[in-house]
Design a binder for this molecule. Structure first.
Ligand code: SAM
Length: 214
């Protein structure tokens, strides 16, 4: 099947059918070539309804989870966004289509380097990739209109809340090492509001304000 056809099917059968409504998110998921972020041997599975390995014991998230998290960021196009967990760079590309400037932090250098090569090749030049511990955020570029964490955390890291602009959205899986709840945290005048968007399962967020690297 042609990749474009596979992407259209993915959007219909995995995203719209499960309640993703943001037209800009759906359009972007129809456009970004997910298969370009995978090893050759996995390309035929690129548009299937599950996560896939990307090396270094890490994964590219299920398309539905990428769409759900992106929708919860409520992007209009003008935002400065921070992503924690670049991984393959696929979610980064989705964000780059939907916002003005993306900073993405990855702790594993080889993944970041590979993601950089793919993003460059695809022409995503509004992205800055950083290697380091994303749980401390990126103070020098704060505040951010939106922050997305694509790894499971024991709690909401306080530095990320502190680096959110007023009205800014933080989307993060919070729970134990095996299952989490996807939380949307919004910074408001009085502090923060939290909304539970449902259960999920992510690899661990390792770092100063995440899980210990054992
Ligand atoms: N969004 C990615 C994609 O589209 O391919 C998937 C990310 S994968 C589920 C989670 C990533 O978070 C892994 O690449 C992992 O190395 C990274 N990670 C874990 N803890 C981190 C931290 N403290 N700072 C930055 N990256 C971290």
């Amino acid at each position: 099947m042609e990749f474009a056809t596979a992407r259209n099917r993915m959007v219909e059968s995995q995203l719209i059918s499960r309640g993703i409504k943001d037209e800009r998110v759906l359009e972007t998921m129809r456009k970004v070539p997910r298969h370009s972020f995978l090893e050759e041997a996995l390309v035929s599975q690129a548009y299937n309804d599950h996560p896939l390995p990307i090396g270094e014991k890490q994964t590219i998230s299920q398309p539905y989870m990428v769409a759900l998290m992106t929708e919860a960021l409520e992007l209009q196009g003008h935002e400065k966004v921070l992503e924690i967990g670049t991984g393959s760079g696929y979610q980064t590309a989705i964000l780059a289509e939907l916002a003005e400037k993306i900073y993405s932090i990855e702790r594993i250098r080889s993944l970041s380097a590979k993601a950089q090569r793919i993003l460059d090749k695809l022409g995503y030049f509004n992205v800055v990739l950083v290697v380091g511990d994303g749980t401390v955020g990126l103070k020098e570029e704060a505040p951010f209109d939106a922050i997305i964490v694509t790894a499971g955390s024991p709690d909401v890291p306080q530095p990320l809340v502190d680096q959110l602009a007023m009205g800014g959205r933080l989307v993060i899986p919070v729970g134990d090492r095996y299952t989490q709840s996807l939380m949307q945290v919004v910074r408001v005048k009085e502090g923060i509001t939290k909304t539970d968007l449902g259960g999920c399962r992510f690899v661990s967020l390792l770092g100063q304000h995440g899980w210990e690297d054992s």
